[in-house]
Design a protein around this ligand. Structure first.
Ligand SMILES: CC(C)(COP(=O)(O)OP(=O)(O)OC[C@H]1O[C@@H](n2cnc3c(N)ncnc32)[C@H](O)[C@@H]1OP(=O)(O)O)[C@@H](O)C(=O)NCCC(=O)NCCS
Length: 183
């Protein structure tokens, strides 16, 4: 019954609303809601138009929830990250999955599973070598069911633990996408 469809720029404001709900479920906001939603809507419009990110939305018609019938109930995004060209047998693309989110009333029905499966299939179809993501603790079993494992090969240096408004990226994106890896 759940439908998964590719998002386009006309979905940007719904995506911004889900992003706000997702992140403020896990931490206190440090930015006014309307300000964030305007900023995020512009961000989604820009990235989906440029094709630097790909997103899918879930729709789940519920007879008792008419209000939500045409609105998406879940979201996932993928960024394909270029590696430097390689003269040996090694794929040249990484996948970064972010913002897997299902609105609370629709959780526990396999919608997150379908969204994640769609994102992973997209990575496979695009010759991705490996897919990275930052799970919330409760979501680890879901990712494990899709084959994700914790591994210790990657080295990380945390240069900005907290994001203050001063550290937010400029409105104009750089000419080449620079991945900002976080949930
Ligand atoms: C993670 C999430 C997308 C799963 O969506 P869903 O439709 O409920 O998922 P499914 O029904 O397909 O699978 C259930 C699995 O989701 C995970 N899950 C359930 N509730 C969750 C919650 N509140 N937060 C995070 N993960 C949750 C669990 O791994 C669960 O499997 P388990 O019951 O075996 O432990 C959804 O719970 C959510 O939006 N959580 C808040 C945002 C988040 O944590 N996103 C992932 C971080 S990148």
């Amino acid at each position: 019954m759940t439908q998964i469809r590719r998002a386009d720029r006309s979905d940007a404001s719904e995506m911004a609303a889900m992003r706000y709900a997702f992140r403020t479920e896990l931490a206190e906001p440090n930015e006014p809601e309307q300000e964030f939603k305007a900023r995020a809507t512009a961000w989604f419009q820009d990235r989906l138009t440029a094709g630097s990110w790909t997103a899918w939305l879930a729709h789940h018609p519920e007879p008792e929830q008419q209000y939500e019938q045409d609105r998406p109930v879940g979201l996932v995004l993928v960024q394909l990250i270029e590696k430097v060209p390689n003269p040996v047998v090694e794929p040249e693309t990484l996948g970064y999955i972010s913002c897997l989110y299902v609105r609370p009333p629709w959780r526990g029905r396999g919608i997150g599973d379908q969204l994640l499966g769609t994102a992973v299939a997209f990575c496979r179809d695009n010759g991705v070598e490996s897919v990275v993501l930052w799970p919330s603790p409760r979501s680890v079993p879901l990712y494990e069911r899709h084959g994700f494992r914790h591994q210790a090969e990657v080295m990380e240096l945390r240069v900005a633990v907290k994001c203050s408004p001063a550290l937010r990226p400029a409105a104009e994106p750089p000419s080449l996408p620079i991945p900002r890896l976080s949930l």
